[in-house]
Design a protein. Sequence first.
Length: 578
Amino acid sequence: MFSTEQLKKILLQNSIINEKKFNELKVAAAKDDIDLLKYLKDKKIISSDALYENAARYFKMPFIKLADKTVRKDILNLIPETIAHAHKIVAFDKTVKECKLATIKPSDIQIIEFIKKKIGGTIKVYLTTPDSIKEIVKQYHKGLQTEFKDIVKIHEDKDGGITADGGKNLKELAEDLPIVRIVDTLLEYAIFEKTSDIHIEPVENEIVVRYRIDGILRKVMALPKTSQLGIVARIKVLANLKLDEHRLPQDGRFKIKISEYQVSFRVSTIPIFNGEKIVMRLLDEKSQILSLDKLGFNKKDLTILKRNIAKPHGMVLVTGPTGSGKTTTLYSVLNILNKISVNISTIEDPIEYQISGINQSQVNPKIGFTFATGLRAFLRQDPDIIMVGEIRDQETAEMAVHAAMTGHLVLSTLHTNDAVTTLPRLADMGIPSFLLATTTNCIIAQRLVRKICQDCITSYRLTSETIEDLSRKLDIRQILETLKKEKIIADKNLKKLLFYRGKGCKNCNNEGYKGRIGIYEILEITPKIIELINKKADAEKLKQAAAGQDMLSIVEDGFMKAKSGVTTIEEVLRVTKE
């Protein structure tokens, strides 16, 4: 929990060992590939209690041992169990004047400030031992087990309705305090961890809760099966869904708004074998729309994109799989184009972020308001720029091309693997080649990769086995040629090049990654590409022509970011070669 430098200062300041001895132990621990703190404890240089007591003096904060302390449930619950467990911080006492917290991470200022805002008032932070935190965290489970016993046993009544013992119906069950607390904790922790999606999945004997963080699903907890109907009912109440409908999928939305954050939750329920599965998409309404360079566009691609969105008409298309950041890219483009002198209209499914000055509509297939009908209506609204959430069918594709042909700038997305194959895909939808050639400005293909945590980044060289494996999967010679041309490397010898990865630390939950960034390729529709489209050239010939005009592929852009220490080679392969 302490950096090597902090550990050294703690030990030297309290005259536990001298600098020479510390350096010897550090070398020995590295040689045996053992964590230095563990090595010091194993060699009985210092005990855990003594270390944290001395560390408290170093950090100039009070020390406390909590191993035998029982904390009142209302005080314990000031910090949700998931946060206490993940960040090793607990509330253990509270008076009228202040709330007392204990932690083993004195440098984790962010979480301390978060808890201070949540609790309100004055807080006093103590340093304690890992064993103390472990014992206090155990008390959450005791409290939760007691509460779960109070959650009424659900059964079906003879009329087929759902009731609870004691005559409670689902609405009343959704308002039970234990259920409310469970759901609030799930939502609050998801916001704090910057989760994009929450999955609540009933299995045979429990409910599994998973969060998607930086694009990867992780199991965060398992809840008792007895809480299943209560949790589902609570979320349905929040999202204004039908409580007694269990056989059909439902969609809804709700919002949490406090001073620190304003988050919308898009809720989807679907019946599965063991009950109803719920997925919630989190949309931070206070987040700022990022500029294109912060999204990860390199200078070359940025120049191409800005040149093409400045044109008064034509189509700018963004492609990639679900969750690859296409909508975020379009919002960033709209933010650049959003001026008082132009009329911008969007039709989306759903509206993820509200942008002042832009007319945003949401599709509603139940009443026949689709992308195609919305686009047709927009053309009667004197638009300059139109954004269509997605081109899904022939009718929408034809309307988008028609709008681009009649003097409008059209932005939209498709699901294709790369920029080049977007052209054959639109042709398959029935769009004539000559219209594609004359109306398309540029096509962006993108993926999202996890960024290396900059607090634990380390360099390494590729082994012969890794190079051989990469050579089987990729055209390494071409990638190295591109990296040299773009002045990312000077030497094309892959064995001599440094790459980077994260070792894992407390700031990235030992993942080695923190945050995400885009990798891109942009196909600009040049006269050469137009000629090939008119000749109905296949994807392979189009790719060769794109390479001939120095288009950077997604993989090449990914390797440029990997060589620059932004992401890893493994991440680039994960999102491009699965």
